[in-house]
Design a protein around this ligand. Structure first.
Ligand code: SAM
Ligand code: SF4
Ligand code: F3S
Length: 494
């Protein structure tokens, strides 16, 4: 177990909207453009979604994409800063690309660092990593063509300006590595919560919401192209707020404007695009998720019965130090509301941090007991990694020894495996509506998809293809997966 934790200081068993250790690589597009772009993306789904915006901007400016770094004229790494390990991975990749340039005898290959690490380190990155030609923060992607031209002219280029308005609403993303069935749609950017452990408010700037009309148009366009599921993305989707007059949350909250689109309204608008389009969203913040949102989920069959509701810790004192602005009781109240309004079958997942500053053995046990109470379907689990310039780094001592953090994380993982298995066993013998996403990872003969609660289901699927909805009887399960077979005309359990 220790080795496992060594390798993965996070666990991402479901590979979806919150999967932080996944890497995404650009795919091949050959439309006869002059130059080739290779993008490698790290971090969360919002970063992957940004890479699709970057590809779109670059393709308008003379670039096709490639999945092979060796073929590229320009290499971008879209980076993550959430934990130290994420940044170390990027630094290793930069060494690799340096070696590649030398091996290929191609000193002209341009290397750009994009995203959160670019924003955090700004022009210092140019001094620290000599190979880097370009540093571009998450709100500066419209400037990429000018920055590329600057590097073409022999200069190094930096733009890490953070905007209060940029949402890239008018840019139609080029879908990278898409299965053609499920897609992410960014509905907001930035984060105004100051969780004391987190770099995101510093790397992504102030929260702003995207024009709902552009979101609906993107969802319609995806549906017309054959997509059958969209995931609406934001660091705190429940605080989505948009008005035609003011696209700035702080000003909007002070204003008297009554015509405001909130997250429940937006969910409803997207659900109405087509009943065959599934709608998911991530991430919900326990302090903001409202009963109005829960009732909207209940009202529409195509809004999935699944909520990612990160708790981080089960102890109220630690939650206060984390500046999460809710306590254990509040969180339990929100879980009870989910169960009351959406029922026991609603999937609930979480993020957990083991070994935050000053966490005692008894605080840690509170996390385990909360997990027992909620019975999460799955969780993304990490041990605390102190990040420079965050509130926690300034105010608190990172005083839990690494060995203790790892041991507590392994106990959290064990508890999660237990509750995942409990939850999956409840599905045995029941028929689930599954949206087919493609062949299963292990065998081309089997198909895989997800049920409404976001659980992966694998089944024999002769005669069926991705993008179809099928009814699957669940016959076996592991903590991570359900296995079953298609039944014709079964009763849906969404
Ligand atoms: N906005 C989401 C929320 O508030 O739930 C979280 C987004 S963050 C990109 C994903 C997860 O990374 C967090 O929920 C937290 O569990 C984890 N995380 C953030 N900072 C961390 C740190 N310094 N050390 C370990 N894990 C961290
Ligand atoms: Fe980070 Fe907290 Fe914002 Fe999530 S809500 S991105 S954990 S500051
Ligand atoms: Fe995402 Fe990592 Fe930035 S999790 S918002 S890419 S710090």
């Amino acid at each position: 177990m220790d080795n496992l934790i060594e390798d993965l200081d996070i666990i991402t068993d479901q590979g979806d909207a919150e999967a932080c250790e996944t890497i995404q690589v650009s795919k091949n597009s050959d439309t006869g453009k002059n130059r080739k772009l290779y993008i490698e993306s790290y971090g969360c789904a919002m970063n992957f979604s940004d890479s699709e915006i970057v590809s779109s901007i670059m393709s308008e400016n003379g670039f096709d994409t490639t999945s092979i770094a060796e073929e590229a004229d320009v290499i971008f790494i879209n980076t993550c800063s959430i934990r130290d390990k994420a940044e170390q991975t990027v630094r290793k990749r930069l060494q690799f690309f340096n070696a590649l340039k030398k091996k290929q005898k191609r000193p002209d290959i341009m290397i750009g660092v994009l995203g959160c690490m670019a924003e955090r380190l700004k022009s210092n990155l140019l001094d620290e990593e000599k190979i880097v030609d370009m540093v571009v923060g998450p709100d500066a992607y419209r400037d990429l063509p000018a920055l590329v031209a600057q590097v073409d002219n022999g200069e190094r280029a930096v733009n890490t300006f953070l905007s209060r308005e940029e949402t890239y609403a008018d840019i139609s993303p080029v879908r990278l590595n898409s299965n053609g069935v499920t897609a992410f749609i960014s509905i907001m950017r930035g984060c105004d919560n100051m969780c004391s452990f987190c770099v995101v408010p510093f790397t992504r700037g102030r929260e702003r919401s995207r024009d709902p009309h552009s979101i609906i148009n993107e969802a319609k366009d995806l549906f017309e192209k054959g997509y059958r599921e969209v995931t609406l993305l934001g660091q705190n989707v429940d605080s989505y707020k948009w008005s035609a007059e003011i696209n700035n949350k702080a000003q909007l909250e002070k204003s008297e404007i009554s015509e405001v689109v909130n997250f429940a309204n937006l969910l409803e608008m997207v659900a109405q695009v087509d009943p065959m389009l599934r709608v998911r969203f991530s991430t919900s913040h326990p302090k903001d998720i409202t009963d109005e949102v829960l009732y909207t989920i209940k009202k529409y069959d195509n809004i999935c019965n699944y909520i990612h509701l990160p708790v981080q810790s089960g102890n109220s004192r630690v939650l206060e130090m984390m500046n999460r602005t809710y306590d254990r009781e509040w969180y339990i109240n929100r879980v009870d509301a989910i169960r009351r309004i959406l029922g026991e079958d609603c999937g609930i997942s979480s993020d957990m941090i083991a070994g935050f500053c000053s966490e005692t053995e008894s605080d840690h046990k509170d996390t385990l007991s909360l997990m027992e109470y909620v019975q999460y379907d799955f969780s993304y689990m990490y041990y605390y990694s102190e990040r420079p310039n965050t509130l926690a780094e300034k105010k608190y001592e990172d005083d839990v020894p690494l060995e203790t953090k790892k041991r507590r994380l392994s106990e959290i993982i064990t508890k999660q495996q237990e509750t995942s298995l409990n939850r999956n066993k409840r599905d045995l013998g029941l028929v689930h509506q599954v949206l087919i996403e493609g062949a299963s990872k292990r065998s081309e003969d089997r198909l895989q998809g997800r049920n409404s609660a976001n659980k992966v289901i694998i089944f024999e699927g002769k005669g069926h293809k991705k993008g179809e909805y099928v009814d699957v009887l669940v016959e076996e399960c592991t903590p991570a997966t359900l296995l079953g077979s298609i039944v014709e005309g079964g009763t849906h359990k969404c």
